[in-house]
Design a protein around this ligand. Structure first.
Ligand code: NAD
Ligand code: WQD
Length: 338
């Protein structure tokens, strides 16, 4: 019996593969390598000293999935595969609905066909939308998303909850991630964005390494302690460990459960810049720029439910996140061997 990891070559997927292998699970990875390289999986094997099968397969390829389920007989699926760029989703909504929503439907149909009914899904804090006040709790109303990417996550949450209502054998954990940053402490795997990074930490590390001139801080007139946006940054290794706990829970239970995976602490953009400079010793020139459309002032989690039910809580500090992001960037200035 093994655990099938969709999108396992990506940023969060590769870190989760490491933690699953370290916890003694057998894994099988599928990825279409749209936003990743096989090299990340080679490095997962190198870090853990374990090998595992992987298949180049798109989750919308029903026949491909059927062959993999027939060969590998997975007991559960951790489903990371998806497109994740907010701005791109506004330009290419059909691609996002097709990849994320249709892809998940095909995956679930094949799971049902093969009697594999345990699923851990990568959702996002973005499903809380604009109208809830932090700290965000799982009981707050979801929806009110502001871009097609966020709406795909919200739609998939509804679909998976309906599936659990209809098929009482299904067990689904919907994991709402806050802002994952950092990298494995080996410096061998990490985030490897294509082109100009959209997210704060990869932008900071590329400025620090000299690939970009300066960071634009999007707004300093928010109602926060220093006027810049506040977010709940979480170390990707803590996040990966949350998946191991969620998987254990998912296999033992039925029905759909939602869990926030965050630290419960909010840091501003300037807090992150300053912590990064301290941890790396590198300079990060920045300028104050206009607000980015769609951004909110403050977003952080109430992580109590995951602590109580899964026995999981984040352990790493902002300093750890900055140090590990920098180690990854400085050891791999151009990502995976490009
Ligand atoms: P990523 O892009 O690094 O990883 C996603 C992986 O899925 C990539 O390897 C990509 O090649 C693969 N993939 C995409 N479409 C596929 C398809 N149709 N078939 C097979 N493989 C496919 O992204 P990540 O940061 O590791 O995110 C993983 C998941 O977590 C995504 O679903 C994302 O939406 C979600 N998430 C990410 C964040 C974040 O800030 N990184 C926050 C909340 C939620
Ligand atoms: C963080 C803060 C920016 C870049 C996004 C998605 C969300 C989730 C995580 C997937 C904000 C500021 C950023 C820059 C800046 N992904 N910033 N200059 O927007 O909280 O969340 O990624 O599910 O759905 O929306 O993350 O890293 O883009 O921004 O000042 O160059 O940094 O304004 O305050 P965000 P982020």
């Amino acid at each position: 019996m093994s655990i099938l990891i969709t999108g396992g070559a990506g940023y969060i997927g590769a870190h989760t593969c490491v933690e699953l292998l370290n916890a003694g699970y057998e894994i099988v990875v599928i990825d279409n390598f749209y936003n990743s390289q096989k090299e990340s999986l080679t490095r997962v094997s190198e870090i853990t000293g374990k090998s595992f099968p992987f298949y180049m397969c798109d989750i919308r390829d029903r026949a491909g999935l059927e062959k993999i389920f027939k060969n590998e007989k997975p007991e559960a699926v951790i489903h990371f595969a998806g497109l994740k760029a907010v701005g791109e989703s506004c330009r290419l909504p059909l691609e996002y609905y097709d990849n994320n929503v249709s892809g998940t439907l095909t995956l679930c149909e094949v799971m049902q066909q093969f009697g594999c009914k345990n699923l851990v899904f990568s959702s996002s804090a973005t499903v809380y939308g604009e109208n809830n006040i932090s700290p965000l709790k799982e009981t707050m109303p979801a929806g009110g998303t502001t871009n097609p990417y966020g709406t795909t996550k919200y739609m998939i949450e509804i679909i998976l909850q309906d599936l659990c209502k209809a098929d009482k054998d299904f067990s689904v954990c919907l994991l709402r991630y806050f802002n994952p940053i950092g990298a494995h402490e080996s410096g061998r795997i990490g985030e490897n964005p294509n082109g100009i990074p959209n997210n704060l930490m990869p932008y900071i590390t590329q400025v620090a390494i000299g690939r970009r001139e300066k960071l634009s801080v999007f707004g300093n007139d928010y109602d926060t302690h220093d006027g810049t946006g506040v977010r709940d940054y979480i170390h990707v290794v803590d996040l990966a460990k949350g998946h191991v706990k969620a998987l254990d829970y998912c296999i033992k239970n039925t029905g759909a459960e939602i869990f926030n995976l965050g630290t419960g602490t909010g840091y501003s953009v300037l807090d992150v810049v300053n912590a990064f400079k301290k941890a790396s010793g590198a300079d990060v020139p920045y300028e104050i720029a206009p607000r980015r459309p769609g951004d909110i002032a403050t977003c952080y989690s109430d992580p109590t439910k995951a602590a109580l039910i899964l026995g999981w809580y984040a352990e790493k500090s902002l300093e750890d996140m900055c140090r590990d992001s920098w180690r990854w960037q400085s050891k791999n200035p151009n990502g995976y061997g490009e």
